[in-house]
Design a binder for this molecule. Structure first.
Ligand code: 1HE
Length: 260
């Protein structure tokens, strides 16, 4: 495993994946994207959920801009396709991924965050897609994933005008589901990942793999596939155990949130 660019640590059932190229603000080079692919695979074999965070002052400065200009068209297409494969292994893998975001979450860094299932930002986070300013285009799945999160109009605004969104604006634009005070993103992300890890594996697998596919289907097909997935998950031994536990009053009841 290439340990130059990432850290990997197990915390109980959680894998903690750290982006660790702080001198270049965690900018993702060819070798770095391969290293991300390796730790993502490792997390899926060893953990029940994972957190991705950035070491240093920023989550990720996006694509390593020093490499792209040196490449042929063909190499750039293959490079973009590698990002797609690696980020798809996050989004449509086998375990939930939560990203803890702070500082710059820009370009390819935002594309990586968009491939995770839950995003937590602290108030130092900022979001941008400066590809237009650099003379390039998104190539790590942003036109699909980021556009679906924030909508094409908002994404076009970021790309055309160079707009930088604050953490607060990012939350309002649906880029993140949680906003926490500075320095708290990793703590919150771990808490959320632990909760996801305690779910039935089949339910998590369906959330990760069935739910996004249904969004690509016609309504009738989506409803049909939902019934298939619901039937499969309900008959798993894990589901039976959890249903029995609820009926026997051994499961924790749901409560109204304290701030409601
Ligand atoms: C880099 C990169 C990078 C920093 N590629 N080397 N991404 C961008 O357009 C964002 C470019 N980066 C920045 O705007 C800033 O660096 C940050 C706001 C992220 C951080 O600022 P700061 O003041 O903390 O750091 P810095 O002094 O700007 O950078 C420190 C070093 O990191 C410096 O190198 P050094 O050798 O002079 O020390 C920078 O050159 C280097 N660095 N960012 C290469 N991105 C699959 S398609 C996706 C397309 C995109 O991602 S486009 C967006 C690219």
């Amino acid at each position: 495993m290439d340990t130059e660019f990432t850290t990997f640590e197990m915390d109980g059932e959680l894998a903690l994946i750290g982006l660790n190229r702080t001198a270049k603000r965690n900018a993702i080079s060819d070798r770095f994207v391969e290293a991300i692919g390796e730790v993502v695979l490792r997390a899926q074999t060893e953990a029940r959920a994972a957190v991705i965070f950035g070491h240093g002052d920023h989550f990720c400065a996006g694509l390593d801009l020093s490499e792209i200009g040196q490449k042929t068209h063909h190499e750039n297409i293959l490079g973009s396709r590698r990002w797609h494969a690696v980020f798809d292994s996050v989004q449509r893998g086998t375990i939930p991924f939560v990203s803890a975001l702070h500082g710059a979450v820009v370009g390819g860094g935002l594309e990586l965050a968009a491939s995770t299932h839950v995003r937590v930002a602290d108030d130092t986070a900022f979001f941008a897609l400066p590809e237009g300013q650099r003379g390039i285009f998104v190539g790590g799945g942003g036109s699909v994933r980021i556009a679906r999160l924030m909508g094409v109009a908002r994404m076009s605004d970021l790309m055309l005008t160079g707009r930088v969104l604050s953490a607060d604006e990012g939350e309002r634009a649906n880029l993140v589901q949680y906003l926490v005070p500075g320095g708290q993103a990793l703590v919150k992300a771990k808490e959320l990942a632990r909760r996801a890890a305690s779910n039935a594996r089949m339910s998590n697998y369906a959330v990760i793999n069935v739910l996004p596919r249904i969004q690509d289907m016609a309504q009738d097909d989506g409803l049909f596939v939902e019934s298939m997935a619901a039937a499969f998950t309900a008959t798993s031994p894990e589901a039976q155990e959890r249903l029995d536990a609820f009926l026997a009053k051994r499961a924790a009841p749901l409560r109204q949130p304290e701030n409601a």
